[in-house]
Design a protein around this ligand. Structure first.
Ligand code: MSP
Length: 690
């Protein structure tokens, strides 16, 4: 197995994580997962950068001791990994003892090589970016990177002989043209180095929150000297067991945002060369998520929180959106509109539709068992599908190996479009009516299911949860990419239970935003995961930790929304452009849903929710509580005494902390205000509606 080591930057803990941090972590996770599928021995590291003046000041501002503050914010970054389904092997905090030891060991080695000397530093410093800014680079007296005010420093400092490494660095760049990607970044850094290097101040005396310099405790290390060393610490550098250093260094890929290229592509190799350690194999610099045209940044305050998007769209959809939307190395605008459009077009329509159609038709026409497609029964269309599956597998592997995740997703979606097209061309619902066409029907459903199996494997690094759900529906297990081929699905495999993958969200962006605000607890800034789910029919299993509100039943749904939440295939999504198969259900299916008459005994609004109303109803045999999304259309007093229709046999679900037992029926025009179903003659509670 080839060793493959991937890292994210370690994040400053002066504030909680936002979409920018979430992005790098999700991309690194997708790369790690793809490498595991390619058979590599992967070590994936992320963590927090906890030293420096910025953190010390943030703690003071919060009125907390620095270590207590650090503990709290570091926990929110660790939580982010859990929330986003990140498969990291280690989470490093620079305040850990192992890291102090490793940083001091690196310092000693650099010093032993004669590359550290004492001097006085006088100049400008940007505490936001933790960088020294030469006077010539100031922009209107401010930091050229982040635009913050810089501070004047004058203190004793140790220096690193960076200038000495000018030529070795240039030689290294020439010998390793793939060291920094995208390639134009290497040209930029090369020009910078060619312009001449000055020695670098690497210690500070004016504050204490850092790693003491060996034998000089009044100095703490410059935060970047300490921070970069984390990549070695996690391998055991400076400890008794450094076997992982031998295995994973220097075959490392550092994934970073473009603003910290200089530290990674210049300082870091220079420190390592000085210490007699090989520079890292590869640095990949991605662009920025912009918000309102500016870099999303906690220092500026224009941030979007990943939790909000996970709450509305689910983890996999957020992962998909950011990786599909931002090509490697470029900036992209983060917008709610973009996210909603991608969700409905790519996930609900394209992917959701092909999964739902294929599995439902196999259930209906083949008794839920994958049919056979004997070689001699395949025609050109079937062979074309096979070929495209093979081509897509190769393309996705190649794009992932080149870290081109966006392009890999595009290739996968080309396959999904083709399969949807193949189904439309074949019209299995027509073939099913003609017994003589049975072999063709079987072949079609076999190849469509085979494509689902492969699609699940190919989206796995980006959407691990959706991939697993597709596999469960098709009845297969996870496959290594090294083994992945077309047409290896085994005929006779039994489907698992069919569930909606990404039910379409019928709300507008404004509605989603107002719901997000409505459900915010207790601070408006952070919304709980899953808080909005029940009104959108997003299945609860998208939520990995089970926190927040459970899905589906309970809230009032328009009849059309109910169809969708149940994942009925071929519905209105692409009606008009493609002929839909017969989606009608049998009377037996309908009779499984017990609709009954109920009488409202009590009604009260659910606290902190604009939409939800808690009802106590008499259902003939008992009294029960139902939570319904009708509070915007009805006052409690309009409801008490009223006769309504409910779904009687729904599993209970918790909505905003209240257990709901059943669902109130209402109509709504285009997702607008709900109008309760009523009866034109008195009927007693408990009577069945059919
Ligand atoms: N602590 C340093 C890194 C030390 S690595 C040895 C640091 N921390 S940070 O908290 O500011 O995080 C910076 C990283 O977060 C960026 O390099 C990038 O990976 C990610 N992002 C932060 N804001 C971002 C955007 N607006 N867009 C995309 N990624 C962003 O720098």
């Amino acid at each position: 197995m080839n060793p493959f080591y991937i890292t994210t930057p370690i994040y400053y803990i002066n504030a909680k994580p936002h979409i920018g941090h979430a992005y790098t972590t999700m991309v690194a996770d997708a790369i790690a997962r793809s490498r595991r599928l390619l058979g590599d021995d992967v070590f994936f590291l992320t963590g927090t950068d906890e030293h420096g003046q910025k953190v010390e000041r943030a703690a003071q501002k919060a009125g907390l001791k620095t270590d207590v503050f650090a503990e709290q914010i570091a926990a929110s970054f660790r939580q982010m990994c859990g929330d986003l389904n990140i498969s990291n092997d280690d989470f490093i905090r620079t305040t850990e003892l192992r890291h102090h030891r490793a940083s001091q060991e690196l310092w000693r080695r650099v010093a032993a090589n004669g590359d550290i000397y004492k001097g006085d530093y006088e100049g400008w410093y940007c505490t936001v970016d933790e960088i020294f800014v030469p006077e010539s680079q100031l922009v209107d007296g401010r930091c050229p990177t982040c635009g913050s005010k810089v501070e004047r420093l004058k203190e004793e400092s140790y220096y690193f002989r960076l200038a000495k490494y000018q030529q070795p660095l240039l030689d290294f760049y020439d010998a390793n043209p793939a060291f920094l990607q995208p390639a134009f970044r290497l040209n930029e850094i090369r020009s910078f180095v060619e312009g001449g290097l000055q020695d670098l101040s690497i210690s500070r005396t004016s504050f204490q929150w850092g790693i003491p310099v060996p034998d000089e405790p009044k100095h703490v290390m410059y935060v970047w000297f300490d921070a970069l060393t984390n990549y070695l610490t996690a391998l055991g550098f400076g400890s008794d067991n450094a076997s992982r250093v031998d295995r994973f260094w220097p075959v490392v890929t550092h994934l970073v945002g473009k603003e910290i290229i200089r530290q990674h592509a210049l300082y870091w190799p220079a420190f390592l060369m000085s210490a007699g350690i090989a520079p890292p194999r590869r640095i990949i610099a991605h662009g920025w998520w912009l918000m309102g045209g500016a870099k999303m940044s906690k220092s500026v305050g224009n941030v979007a929180r990943y939790e909000d998007y996970v709450g509305v769209f689910g983890v996999d959809a957020l992962r998909y959106f950011v990786m599909r939307e931002m090509p490697l190395g470029q900036d992209a605008n983060f917008s709610d509109e973009g996210m909603l459009a991608r969700f409905n077009a790519d996930l609900a329509n394209d992917l959701g539709n092909v999964v739902s159609r294929t599995t439902t038709m196999i259930a209906r026409y083949c008794g839920g068992v994958i049919p056979d497609s004997p070689q001699d029964a395949r025609d050109d269309l079937d062979r074309g599908v096979e070929k495209q599956i093979e081509i897509t597998i190769d393309a996705v592997k190649a794009h992932f190996s080149a870290f081109q995740i966006t392009v890999a997703l595009q290739a996968t979606w080309d396959l999904i479009h083709s399969i949807n097209q193949y189904i439309v061309q074949r019209e299995p619902w027509t073939l099913a009516k003609k017994p003589a066409e049975r072999p063709k029907l079987d072949a079609t459903l076999f190849h469509a299911a085979d494509a689902l199996r492969v699609t699940a494997a190919l989206i796995d690094p980006v959407m691990p949860d959706a991939a697993e759900r597709i596999r469960r529906m098709v009845g297969v297990s996870q496959e290594q990419w090294t083994e992945l081929k077309a047409s290896t699905l085994r005929a006779g495999t039994r489907l698992g239970s069919i569930e909606p993958l990404f039910p379409r969200i019928e709300k507008t962006v404004e509605e989603l935003r107002s719901m997000a605000t409505d459900n915010a607890m207790p601070s408006q800034e952070q919304k709980p995961i899953g808080a909005l789910r029940q009104d959108q029919g997003v299945p609860s299993d998208v939520s990995r930790d089970g926190a927040g509100e459970a899905a589906a039943p309970g809230a009032t749904q328009a009849v059309g929304a109910l169809r969708q939440a149940q994942g009925v295939p071929g519905e209105s999504r692409d009606a008009g452009t493609t002929p839909a198969e017969d989606t009608r259900i049998s009377i037996d299916d309908f009779m499984k849903v017990e609709l009954r008459v109920a009488k409202v005994l009590e009604a009260e609004a659910v606290p902190k929710s604009k939409k939800l109303m808690k009802l106590k109803v008499d259902v003939g045999t008992e009294q029960r509580t139902i939570v319904a999304g009708i509070a915007e259309a009805y006052q409690p007093e309009q409801l008490v005494g009223r006769t309504i229709a409910i779904v009687f046999n729904l599993k209970p679900a918790k909505l905003m902390g209240v257990e709901s037992n059943g669902m109130v029926l209402a109509a709504s025009v285009d997702g607008g205000k709900p109008i309760l179903v009523a009866f034109d003659e008195p009927v007693p509670p408990g009577a069945r509606v059919r």
